[in-house]
Design a protein around this ligand. Structure first.
Ligand SMILES: *Cc1c(COP(=O)(O)O)cnc(C)c1O
Length: 378
């Protein structure tokens, strides 16, 4: 028998969350962002749940090939554009739309030989200072692109640095709105956080053209996978999101501790009274963060309890007393939910575990370890 640990992908949850993005942006088309192997879910495994999207956004050319290999004929957008000249040949061959964020990419396009002009997304650096043309240089980049026979339609794009926090998007949006005001083309500005927190309708944008932008395409990633983009201000339940992934394992041993007994490496947890613990077949080599302290939430047989002691490579230890108190028997073979949905329907959101590790749901999803078997729920 394989070691009892399993990640389960939930197409139903992904489909539901994609629907939430659509509800939040009813006038927009939706790029399902599937970079980083669909945020660790696996592009092929996530595809069934996300095929209702209008397009797929990613940044690895191999991932674009994989989406085409799944039979997807609709739009695919390379979020970072091309990295070298020959990538443009693949764009021509697979009909990939691509971001243009720097002069070097315009230069490459200008030398690219193609019979089919490309659809490009010209990116503005409206304040995040990673990719894109500054507002001062944006229009000249547009003019240069527009003159190239290799270029078909130009769409306009930016990315927000603070859509999930107190700063918000107003300044970046106003910069983008005022610079692009009279340029033709579709707009795409919103990630998950902006889509849910700052929905802008076409009517609002046309009433305030210098400050507001309505996305013709929204670009949700994290929310589709069931993690709240602005946790802990709002949790996944607040946004009506369902888990896209469950990480589950089983109890492989129990120990009855007396007061003064300690647990695991470094003896970092010491029982203050008699208690029962379960040893779970999941550790940091499975992608569970080693930094999670005693008290990190976990479900056993769908009942919420906590980890005790240090996370080791292959095991963690959990407090079984809350189950005893709830009258739920637990022992060897009991189901443990590290994040996601338990068999009884109880949900432990990945964001809660991430917060205990001082990180975000994104990172936990993406670093699910290779050794964990993954199945797709039906
Ligand atoms: C990753 C990414 C997104 C999606 O962001 P989420 O916060 O996961 O919704 C959107 N746009 C771009 C350019 C990205 O790189």
């Amino acid at each position: 028998m394989p070691r009892p640990i399993l990640a389960t992908i939930h197409p139903e949850g992904l489909r539901h969350n994609l629907g939430r993005a659509r509800q939040a942006a009813p006038d927009a088309r939706v790029w399902a962002i599937v970079k980083a192997n669909a945020y660790g879910h696996g592009i092929e495994r996530a595809f069934e749940g996300l095929r209702g999207a209008d397009g797929f956004g990613l940044l690895d050319l191999d991932e674009a090939k994989r989406v085409r290999a799944l039979g997807w004929r609709g739009p695919i957008l390379l979020l970072e554009g091309v990295f070298e000249l020959r990538d443009l040949e693949l764009c021509s061959r697979l009909d990939l739309w691509h971001t243009v964020h720097c002069d070097e990419q315009v230069d490459m396009l200008a030398t690219h030989k193609t019979n089919v002009p490309h659809r490009v997304f010209l990116k503005m650096n409206s304040g995040m200072n990673r990719l894109g043309f500054t507002p001062q240089r944006y229009r000249s980049a547009w003019t240069r692109l527009n003159a190239l026979p290799q270029v078909d339609e130009i769409s306009l794009m930016t990315h927000f640095s603070d859509a999930d926090g107190a700063t918000g998007v107003a300044d970046q949006m106003a910069t983008f709105a005022s610079v692009t005001r009279d340029l033709p083309g579709e707009r795409t500005v919103s990630n998950s956080a902006a889509t849910l927190r700052f929905p802008i309708s076409a009517a609002q944008a046309s009433a305030h053209p210098d400050t507001l932008v309505a996305s013709d395409w929204v670009r949700p990633g994290i929310a589709m996978y069931g993690s709240s983009p602005d946790h802990p201000e709002h949790n996944a339940a607040h946004w009506g999101l369902q888990p896209g992934m469950t990480l589950s394992a089983k109890i492989i041993a129990t120990q009855d501790l007396q007061a003064g007994d300690s647990v695991g490496y470094g003896s970092s947890f010491t029982a203050t009274q008699a208690m029962r613990i379960g040893v779970v077949a999941c550790g940091y080599a499975d992608g569970y963060p080693r930094i999670c302290p005693t008290g990190t939430p976990v479900l056993v047989n769908g009942v919420r309890t906590r980890t005790v002691g240090r996370v080791s490579m292959d095991m963690i230890t959990v407090d079984l007393d809350p189950l005893t108190k709830a009258g739920v028997p637990a022992g060897f073979g009991s189901e443990v939910t590290l994040w996601g949905r338990a068999a009884n329907g109880t949900v432990l959101c990945i964001d809660e575990v991430a917060a205990c590790a001082g990180t975000v749901g994104y990172e936990l999803m993406c670093r699910l370890a290779q050794r964990v078997p993954v199945v797709v729920a039906d």
